[in-house]
Design a binder for this molecule. Structure first.
Ligand SMILES: [Cu+2]
Length: 126
C-alpha cells in the first residue's frame, strides 16, 4: 500500500472516531442534565420535615434523658421494620405512661435523621 493511502485511511479513521464520540457525548449532555434535575428534586423532598405514625414495642424507657427504646415497624422511606433502637421524645410527658413490653403507636416527626417522638399511645401488651 502506498504511503498516501495509509495516511488517508488513518485520517479517515480518526475523523470517524471523533465524529462518533462527539455525537455520543452530544446526546449524553441532555440526559445528564435531566438526571441532575431529578436528583435535585428528590433531595428537596427528602430534606423536608416528615411525620410518620408507626407501631412498636417498648423495650426500655430512660426518662432521665427522654429516651425510649423501641422495636419498630417499617418507617416508610426512612427505616426498615424490625429495628430495635432508641428514640428521643420531644418532652418527658410523652413517656410518662410507657412501660417495657407495651405495644404502642407513636408519632415520629422531623428531618431525617434528626427525628423525635411527638406522641405515644399504648395499644396493648406483648
Ligand atoms: Cu430504626
Amino acid at each position: 500500500m502506498r504511503l498516501w493511502r495509509v495516511v488517508l485511511l488513518l485520517n479517515l479513521a480518526v475523523a470517524v472516531g471523533v465524529l462518533v464520540g462527539w455525537l455520543a457525548w452530544g446526546r449524553e449532555v441532555p440526559r445528564l442534565e435531566r438526571l441532575l434535575q431529578e436528583n435535585q428534586q428528590r433531595v428537596r423532598v427528602v430534606g423536608g420535615e416528615q411525620t410518620w405514625v408507626v407501631k412498636g414495642i417498648v423495650r426500655a424507657v430512660i426518662p432521665e434523658i427522654q429516651i425510649v427504646v423501641l422495636t419498630h415497624d417499617e418507617i416508610p422511606g426512612f427505616m426498615p421494620a424490625g429495628m430495635t433502637m432508641g428514640f428521643k421524645a420531644q418532652n418527658a410527658k410523652i413517656l410518662e405512661g410507657a412501660r417495657t413490653g407495651d405495644v404502642v403507636r407513636f408519632t415520629l416527626t422531623g428531618v431525617p435523621p434528626d427525628v423525635q417522638i411527638t406522641a405515644l399511645v399504648k395499644e396493648g401488651e406483648s
